[in-house]
Design a protein around this ligand. Structure first.
Ligand code: CP
Ligand code: NVA
Length: 311
């Protein structure tokens, strides 16, 4: 059976641990210049409905490192941009390539694609989740804190795709997450319910100071995600008081790190002194997209998994 990563909960805790260990190994090999062409002859198609810097570069370089090829496909230039059905595109691409990564406006688009695809499908960001980001974030957290079990994450800001994947990931990692969002911008109730039913420890409030208290990881993201640009002014007003500044960081644990998936907006969700300060790990986090996704690609597209891959 082919495996997909549409949600961070598509993998088990044991698989997550294995992926992070493998990512650390691949990082070390890359730094030491040791070849690791584990996916020779494989091709990853990357379909983008929205802009990207990190996701595009890290998947493309990742496939090159692994001895394969990545195809960048702008959805607007494809026939899906002119109305060809997703289910037809999915079946056609399954005949050409070994895996597909999609960044789409609607999560349902990626789900429909995966239903018709006979090769692994990776969610490269939707309106609901950003699982690849969270793989890299967990890797970064483990680089700093090892496998400590007492970690607390404070998410301050929009209850968006990255926040949702962070919340769901607590089911796999055992970390506790405290979310502070303005009223009307909380994570969806369905995400909170799923996480709690599966044993995740999530609390929700509207007070950043409360969420930040003693946190080991302070995380935020843009207030204006792709697809919400028409709400920009109202959002910037609603999020006033939710900027992470030095004073906010001081409420967290003295060992706290600052995380942001990037792109960042200095002066909005984070202040210069924090993102450029000593506790910021944002560039390690961005780098780890590459290593974590390479481990994921090998897991989903490598020979051993027995998927119906076409070389
Ligand atoms: N963090 C992230 O996914 O960045 P891009 O939008 O640049 O891919
Ligand atoms: N929440 C942001 C993440 C960008 C990587 C967005 O969806 O635009």
């Amino acid at each position: 059976m082919k495996r997909d990563l549409l949600s961070i909960l598509d993998i088990t805790p044991a698989e997550l641990d294995k992926l992070i260990d493998q990512a650390a190994l691949l990082k070390d090999m890359r730094i030491r210049g040791k070849p690791h062409a584990l996916l020779p002859g494989r091709t990853l198609a990357m379909i983008f409905e929205k802009s990207s810097t990190r996701t595009r570069i890290s998947f493309e370089v990742g496939m090159a490192d692994l001895g394969g090829t990545a195809l960048f496909l702008d959805a607007q230039d494809m026939q899906i941009g002119r109305g060809e059905e997703i289910r037809d595109t999915a079946r056609v691409a399954s005949r050409y390539v070994s895996g597909v990564m999609i960044r789409a406006y609607r999560h349902a688009t990626i789900e429909e694609y995966a239903r018709y695809s006979t090769i692994p499908v990776i969610n490269g960001l939707s309106d609901i989740e950003h699982p690849c980001q969270i793989l890299a974030d967990i890797m970064t957290i483990r680089e700093h804190f090892g496998d400590r079990k007492d970690l607390r994450v404070a998410w301050v800001g929009d209850g968006n795709n990255v926040c949702n994947s962070f919340i769901l990931s607590t089911v796999l990692t055992g970390m506790e997450i405290s979310v502070a969002s303005p009223r009307g911008f909380e994570p969806p109730a369905a995400i909170l319910d799923t996480a709690r039913k599966k044993g995740g420890r999530v609390t929700l409030c509207h007070d950043p100071e409360k969420a930040l208290r003693d946190a080991h990881v302070v995380a935020t993201d843009t207030w204006v995600s792709m697809g919400t640009e028409n709400e920009r002014d109202a959002r910037i007003r609603a999020f006033s008081g939710f900027s992470i500044d030095g004073r906010m960081m001081d409420l967290a644990s003295p060992e706290a790190i600052f995380m942001h998936c990037l792109p960042a907006h200095r002066g909005q969700e984070v202040m210069e002194e924090v993102i450029e300060g000593p506790r910021s790990v944002v560039f390690d986090e961005a780098e780890n997209r590459l290593h974590a996704q390479k481990a994921l690609l090998v897991f989903l597209m490598g020979d051993k998994e027995g998927n119906r891959m076409r070389k």
